[in-house]
Ligand binder design. Structure first.
Ligand code: FAE
Length: 519
């Protein structure tokens, strides 16, 4: 051990900092002690945070990222398959929390997939370095321009479609599955049947780009490499093939040498110090979720990227507990589930195949100007047998917003979201199923009530909306030095799977914030 490393290690040991789950080399262990001050702290390591960290770090700014989930790469653990979920599948619960089939039990562990339950909606989220990119289906969809303009009338759409969406797609490593492979793969029979049936029912087929490496997938099918997307891996993480954020934005950010990520570090509270700085109460947890250390970190530049619910909760909770007294009433508003509704048909005439890839490749659209607009992702049902059941994740508009609040007495985040918010989604998804059945045969499956389940939300959006709770570039109202970077910026709906939009918005915001606040 060289002298510098020896001194650092000795200092770390005296401060009780050994065994810190540290990634990256921006800060020595001794600089991570309790009560340390950092120029920049980012909360979370999902899309918003990863983009922001890269753009700051490549300009030479040192960034500390705090992530409540694990560093999966360093852990050496494998992600679970869906068919045989183990403890690492699920965030601190004793059983699985998938949309259905939750018969597996295990000890609590800081696993990859979390679910936050409200009365009429169950919100799924990824946990770990990489956030939602670890558990999502990799569907990388740029929104329709007319809908983007409807949701964000104040933004320069031309700039987004010329610059920020292409940039986001490039950095994320998005590609379209080669048609030749799609047409002949046994694993995409379900999707080809879905397209054919959708056309017959009058829907427009839309190919869906993805961040899955299709060269790898073709090798999977040829039996040349370990299977992942072709072996029911997705919502608990992919062991191969998927370019999650640890292989794209976060990898580049760490390579600058200006980023350190602390895994298993949960930010519990933000306190306005009144001098332009913020004190964060942080709990370091172990893999059973128990607190093993508590510390306070200080910063003048706090970037929140804890996801729609995580970011909004941190702000509302800190306000309710009196440490962020000036919080704007706009925080918590314009929340929505991106219109997510699961739908299922049974009794299909055509075989869907006993082999089904877990990575979706196409969707069916009828995106009208009214509340009946739908975009239905043709989802796999990879059970290993062909049950002739077709699944869809239907995305709808969100005409009625939800509102988040924090109940200080009960110490929990609350959401005003009732059956009335879901009503048009249930109607639309039901009509979609009925049209598909009328054109192709089949009936509404009983895996969901009348074939439709509106409580499943994979795409939480809103709570700190751009231009409402923030200025034009994500700076939180009334709080100089706090920035929102994530899905909380989007008001309730974007009409397609959202992370390309979240990435593009984060690129846009940090470009302007850097020029105005850091350059
Ligand atoms: P996100 O990626 O959720 O990252 C937030 C991070 O902050 C997480 O790592 C948290 O662990 C961490 N965190 C939260 N609270 C704290 C705290 N207090 N202290 C420290 N760390 C904290 O945020 N979208 C698509 O576009 N295409 C898809 O195919 C797709 N499929 C999905 C499938 C599933 C099963 C799920 C759950 C989601 C899917 N999504 C998909 C949604 C997408 O993953 C989601 O919109 C983004 O991940 C949201 O990005 P954010 O940056 O907002």
């Amino acid at each position: 051990m060289n002298r510098r490393r020896f001194l650092q290690t000795a200092a770390a040991a005296s401060l009780g900092l050994l065994n810190l789950p540290v990634i990256g080399r921006a800060f020595a262990p001794s600089e991570l002690a309790d009560n340390s001050r950092f120029d920049i702290i980012l909360v979370g390591t999902g899309y918003g945070s990863a983009v922001t960290a890269l753009r700051l770090a490549e300009k030479g700014k040192r960034c500390l990222m705090l992530e409540m989930g694990m560093d999966w790469q360093a852990s050496g653990m494998k992600f679970s398959r869906m068919a045989w979920a183990e403890k690492q599948s699920t965030w601190l619960k004793t059983h699985t929390i998938a949309p259905f089939g939750n018969y597996r039990v295990f000890p609590k562990f800081t696993g990859a997939l979390d679910r936050i339950d409200f009365d009429q909606v169950h919100v799924y989220a990824g946990r770990g370095v990489g956030g939602g990119s670890l558990v999502n289906g990799g569907m990388s969809v740029t929104p329709r321009r007319d809908y983007f303009e409807e949701i964000f009338p104040q933004l320069d759409a031309q700039a987004f479609y010329d610059k920020y969406f292409p940039l986001a797609n490039r950095e994320l490593g998005v590609s379209v599955m080669p048609e030749s492979y799609y047409r002949q793969s046994a694993y995409y029979q379900f999707s080809r049947v879905g397209e054919q049936e959708g056309c017959a029912a009058g829907y427009t087929v839309q190919k869906v780009p993805n961040v899955y490496d299709y060269d790898y997938m073709q090798k999977e099918e040829a039996g040349l490499v370990p299977k992942s997307g072709l072996q029911d891996e997705v919502i608990y993480g992919n062991n191969h093939g998927k370019k999650d954020l640890t292989k794209t934005y976060l990898k580049k950010a760490l390579a600058t040498g200006n980023v350190t990520i602390l895994g298993l570090h949960r930010v519990d509270r933000i306190a306005d110090q009144g001098d332009g700085s913020y004190a964060l109460s942080v709990s370091q947890i172990n893999t059973e979720g128990e607190t093993v250390a508590q510390k306070t970190y200080h910063t003048g530049h706090l970037f929140l990227g804890a996801g729609s619910l995580g970011t909004t909760e941190l702000l509302l909770k800190s306000h309710a507990e009196g440490t962020l007294p000036k919080l704007d009433g706009e925080v918590g508003r314009y929340w929505g589930n991106n219109g997510n509704t699961m739908a299922a048909r049974a009794g299909l005439k055509h075989a869907l195949g006993s082999k089904q890839a877990s990575i979706p490749a196409a969707g069916l659209a009828k995106w009208t100007k009214g509340d009946d607009a739908v975009f239905a992702e043709i989802a796999p049902f990879p059970t290993g047998v062909d049950l002739r059941v077709a699944l869809y994740l239907v995305i709808n508009r969100v005409p009625k917003y939800g509102q988040l609040g924090y109940n200080a007495a009960a110490k929990r985040l609350e959401l005003a979201w009732g059956k009335e918010h879901n009503a048009h989604m249930v109607r639309n998804a039901g009509q979609f199923l009925d049209k598909m059945n009328a054109a192709n045969g089949g009936w509404r499956s009983t895996i969901f009530p009348k074939g439709v389940e509106p409580k499943i939300c994979y795409h939480p959006l809103g709570g700190c909306v751009l231009g409402k709770a923030t200025d034009a570039y994500g700076r939180l109202n009334r709080h100089k030095g706090i920035y929102i970077t994530d899905g909380a910026l989007i008001p309730a709906s974007i009409g397609v799977n959202p992370y390309v939009t979240i990435t593009a918005l984060a690129e846009y915001c940090i470009e302007h914030v850097y020029q105005q606040d850091f350059a």
